[in-house]
Ligand binder design. Sequence first.
Ligand SMILES: *Cc1c(COP(=O)(O)O)cnc(C)c1O
Length: 232
Amino acid sequence: MSIAENVAYIRERVTNAARRAGRDPSAIALMAVSKTFPPESIREAHAAGLRLFGENRVQEFDAKLNSLHDLPGADWHLIGHLQSNKAARAAELFTAVDSLDSPKLAEKLNAAAEQAAKTLPVLIEINVGGEQAKTGLAPNSEEFEMILSAAPQWKNLHIQGLMTVPPFADDPEQARPYFRKLREIRDRIAARLLPAVAMNVLSMGMSHDFEVAIEEGSTCVRIGTAIFGERA
Ligand SMILES: *Cc1c(COP(=O)(O)O)cnc(C)c1O
């Protein structure tokens, strides 16, 4: 299967999942997660109509972007853990950061975005499963509250919503309670009408579980393997 065929098939499945849930398919963004794949693969996905790309490492993307500057309309999101010492470079390279996971990083990113004369849309990453090995904030953590309350002072960051990677399970149904939990967290925060905190985006669902995520309210599915194939 070519990348274009894979994209067509994923789009069809996104549409069907949205319809099943009584949702508008156009309310769900399809992000191509291109980590480990070369610029040519990104070009193919772009030719197939995709504009939203997710990369998880600053250095890897730095090298790739050199040969991708001519792609019109591409939206480059960082979806992997960002170390504070790479915040400056990340703010230059990416159009958005979907993996904000500490107040300290928010501080650094805001300063870096100001330097780069841009405003960075960000998502707060939540560790819904409370897994030791995963990054992301605990839903009831002090750090999460700190980010929410300090948001107005970070003029160059725009908090748009939440992102999560649930515990892995072969059966996508096992991820459903985690997706639901993220949506509930989102709803609770949205109801507080906090200044400078928008909660429009729920980034959840990957190749093996995106249909369940859509049924639970995802507005952005992050698909790697099902578009580009298995990673080496
Ligand atoms: C790699 C990755 C994905 C895509 O995973 P697939 O299972 O290949 O679709 C999505 N989100 C994050 C944060 C990732 O690191």
